[in-house]
Design a protein around this ligand. Sequence first.
Ligand SMILES: [Zn+2]
Length: 414
Amino acid sequence: MRSSPGAPPRDPVVDAEAAVRLTRDLVRLRTVSDAGDGGVEEPAVGLLAELFTEFGWEYEVTEVAPGRPNLVAVVEGGGGDGPTLMFEGHTDVVTEGRVEDWSVDPYGGEIRDGRLWGRGSADMKSGLAAMIHGVRGLQLAGPFPGRIVLGVLCDEEGMMLGAKAFAASSLAAGVDGVVVCEPEGYEVCTSARGGIRLRLDLTGVMAHGAMPQEARSPLVAGARIVEALAEVEGWAVRRFGTHPHAGAVTVTPTVLHAGDPEQLNVIPAHGMVGVDVRTVPGTDHAELIARVRKAAADAAGTAGVTVATTVVDDRPAIEIGEDHPVVAALVAGHRAEHGSAPAFGAVPGTTDGTILTRDAGLPTVVYGPGGKWIAHQKDEYVEVAEIGEYARVYAAAARHFLTAGPRESEGAAR
Ligand SMILES: [Zn+2]
C-alpha cells in the first residue's frame, strides 16, 4: 500500500551528477574482458556493491568464473504486488588496443567538450550508471508495486558467461521484461541480429611446389569456398528476406589461412576458413548452416580437398513486439524526457539480451546511452548530458511498466 493513498506519486528525481561521477569512476577501472589473469570485473563489482550497500539494496555477488562475478540486486518497491522489471548491463570492456592511437587516456575518465571519454564510457559503464541512478531516483520518490532486478553481469564481450549464469538462476524465472542498457543512440531496439561462427577445416595433400599436380591444395579450396559463400549469402537474403530494422543475412569470411606447413616451395596440406554469419529474425539457423556446409564441401571438392565444419557459436536473432509492455514503457519514458516518440531499431550484433531470451525466454529490449557505432573504437566517449537523460527515462519507464496493471504474459519471439 502507498503511504498516502490517493496522493499522486512524486516524480522520480534522478541525481544526474552522481550518475556521471559513477560512470567516470567505472571507466577508471580497467576491466578488459580478455585480461586473462582473472579478476576482470572484480573492481567494478566491488565499487558497485559498496554503492548498493549505501542504498540499502539487497544484492548477491556470484562468482561465475575466477575473478568474474555477477552482481544482482533486487529492489523491492514496497508498494504491493506487481511485475518484475530487469535492467541489465555488463561491467567488462574490450581492449583499448594501441594506447598511442588514442587522443585521451583510455582509462582517465576525462570530461571535456561535454563528453566523458574512455574505454567503456559508452559500452557500457554509462548505461550501468544510468540504470542504477534511474532506479535509485524512482525508489526515493516513494513506494512502487513489484520489484526491479538490476543485473550487473560479467563477460559480455567474451562468451557471455554472466548472462548464461543469470539465465540459469532461479531469479530469471520471475522476470517479466528486460531493458538491456547498451548504447543504441536513442533507438529503442526491438530486434537484434543473430550470429553464427563457423570454422571450416580443410585437409588436402602436401606436395612439392614444382609438382602441383601431386597436391590437393587447401589454398585453391579456400579461394573457391570464399566465392561460394557469397552465393550462399545471396541465397539467404532471398530465402529469409529483409527485416525492416535488422536488414538481411550476411555471410562473411573472416579468416583464410592455408599455410600449414608454411614454406614457399611447399603446397600445404591444411588450411582453415573462418566464417561470421549474421542473421535476422525469421532465419532458420539449421537450414543456413547446412547450406554453408554443403557449399563449402562442394567448392573444396572441386580441388580434391575435404572440409570439416565446426559450429563454434550459434546465437539466434531475437525480436520483441513493439506493443510489448516493456517496449511501451520505454517509449513512454523516452517521450516524457524528449517530448517525442523514439525511433525503433535493431542491434547490429548480439547482446546479453540474446542469451536472456534464448536461454530463459525473457522478453528483451535494448536502449541505452552512447552512440551505436562508438563501441569498441578508439576515443570512445559518451555525451555527459545523455547519462542523466537515460537515467530519467529508465525511472519513468520503470514506473510505467510496474504500475501499468496486470497483463497477459507475453513471451519473446525468437
Ligand atoms: Zn556492450
